[in-house]
Write a protein that binds this ligand. Structure first.
Ligand code: DAH
Length: 333
């Protein structure tokens, strides 16, 4: 029996040394040291030995051989596990050299692109650009625009108020029109100005609404300005921005800050119309709020949504996509 134990131990050691995977080691472990393994059956046959001394000698040899095998299996496991880890690391290594040599360039957001193009077009028509604050007072956002406290048109603007003063006199501007007043108060006419910016309304986001969006306001103040100048400017803008095949029209409407007021639409080459924004002749009360004499100066104003233009231009169906920061969407423009 001692010879047999020695033979199993030596062949076991050899196979352990030759094993190339952790799976193979596990199999050898079971085969040699497991419940039904070679050493277990040696142990069973100890009982059949004749003398106590023989049993003792064989038992000690068996334990020594099992300990040798256990040690060899443990040592081989460590070596194979390290090799396995090196292999996995090599396989999962990321090749970043392409990123280093060819960095991907980002680009301006869809709305920023439309904003900048709108500025370009109006600058080309002789306008200047002005901006105003996003947090406004009731005076600039409503009062000076001919909408006193009780004016029903205020309810059309779902206003977000700040708690800076609890009387509702400080708010997030609901449109870019208040910048008209700030411009009139600070710039000597003649004024040919556009005022792009971010505006806020208490709206739940859906496919066509966001609580934060962008508008561009236009204001012209000069002597003897008429509705014809307004219509001509809108049409020149339409052709410059959308292309020569587009036309525009004005439809009567009501805004508190202009009189007369109109809605302006543009016509696509396929004959369909899109409603774009509001416009009109600046109301005498608004001129007065801006510090101008309505007997001396007249003018027109217009305002429309920038997000809407971007959506129209690129055929984006859901305005929320424009703000989801999903690279698969953003990359397309
Ligand atoms: N402020 C208006 C709005 O947000 C849009 C507008 C209409 C602006 C007529 C104007 C205008 O300057 O003349 O609905």
């Amino acid at each position: 029996m001692l010879d047999e134990v020695t033979a199993v131990r030596d062949s076991g050691l050899q196979r352990i040394e030759l094993a190339t995977s952790l799976d193979e080691i596990d199999r050898l472990d079971a085969e040699l040291l497991g419940k039904k393994g070679a050493f277990a059956s040696f142990k069973t046959s100890l009982a059949s030995l004749a003398t106590v001394d023989e049993k003792k000698a064989a038992g000690q040899a068996l334990n020594a051989a099992a300990a040798t095998i256990t040690g060899a299996i443990g040592a081989r496991r460590v070596v194979l596990a390290a090799a396995e880890r090196t292999r996995v690391l090599a396989a999962e290594r990321l090749d970043l050299t392409e990123e280093l040599t060819a960095p991907r360039r980002g680009h301006a957001h869809l709305v920023t692109q439309a904003w900048e193009r709108l500025e370009d077009v109006f600058i080309g028509l002789g306008f200047q650009v002005a901006e105003g604050p996003e947090v406004e007072t009731d005076f600039y956002n409503f009062e000076a625009l001919n909408m006193p406290r009780s004016h029903p048109a205020r309810s059309g603007f779902d206003t977000l108020f700040t708690d800076y003063r609890d009387d509702g006199s400080v708010l997030l501007r609901t449109h870019t029109s208040p910048v008209q007043i700030r411009v009139m108060q600070t710039v000597e006419p003649p004024i040919y100005m556009i005022m792009p910016g971010r505006v806020f309304r208490r709206d739940t986001p859906d496919a066509t609404h966001m609580p934060v969006f962008h508008q561009i306001e236009g204001l012209v103040i000069d002597r003897d300005i008429t509705m014809a100048h307004l219509a001509g400017t809108i049409d020149a803008f339409t052709k410059a921005f959308f292309g020569g095949a587009f036309t525009s029209r004005l439809r009567p409407n009501y805004f508190p800050f202009t009189e007369p007021s109109a809605e302006f639409d543009i016509q696509r080459p396929d004959g369909t119309w899109i409603e774009l924004g509001g416009c009109g002749m600046v109301h005498p009360n608004v001129l007065r709020a801006g510090g101008l004499d309505p007997e001396q100066w007249s003018g027109f104003a217009f305002g429309f949504g920038i997000d809407r233009m971007a959506r129209e231009r690129h055929g984006v169906e859901d305005i929320r996509d424009m703000y989801s920061n999903d690279i698969r969407f953003v990359e397309q423009f």
